[in-house]
Design a protein around this ligand. Sequence first.
Ligand code: 13P
Length: 253
Amino acid sequence: MTRSIRPLVAGNWKMNGLKADLAISAEVAKGYDSELKASVDLAICPPASLLYVASAALVGSRIATGGQDCSPQASGAFTGEISAAMLADAGASFVIVGHSERRTLHGETSTLVKAKAQAAQKALLVPIVCVGETRDEREAGKALAVVKKQLRGSVPEGSGAATLVVAYEPVWAIGTGLTPTVADVADMHEAIRAELGRLLGKAAASGVRLLYGGSVKPSNAAELMSVAHVDGALVGGASLKAEEFLAIARACA
Ligand code: 13P
């Protein structure tokens, strides 16, 4: 944790969730008690189909919502795409961009991710820019270099604490139950903070929230969150269970 930074725990529901699953966000809201509210921010990123209704249901809960992707374009003939302004209009405060599932399955480059992050900022959404190395890259000793390169390509110039969140998600840790060692997380988050310092200036970089994501569970959250420069979590599977998501939030608090 960085003591001066208020942590954020964001849930990425991915392509999961029907209307009935809004019971999950309702239960999270119920469990987000005054003690948690005093020390940790929460965000839920449901599928786009649920964003408006989830956001409306969470008004007054102090739980933010976010999209999982956005178009780099503002509007127009882009069938199937969703703009950052549409997400904001539906109640979102955040949008995940450059998730490894988008980079891998949809061939998204850092150049595109940066354009999406810029579109998000223009719509007054805070982009959660995801970076992370594959298993092969880690085994080849290239993890730090790969992530720094992704940051240089993906982070908009002029971003700062109020307009950017970065999530480090090692690809091999997503949905696998595997996590890096505490030492590896510490090295990576320190390197991310330093690289952001070079890109944005030290003062701006010092307040940017750096989330760790990849198999975060109630059982490992406290250990991961104790690492320097880990300012919260981006949670996949465990965010679909209210109790687990809240337990992770408590570990951050
Ligand atoms: P899991 O928590 O299921 O490993 O997913 C992490 C993730 O991809 C969050 O964006």
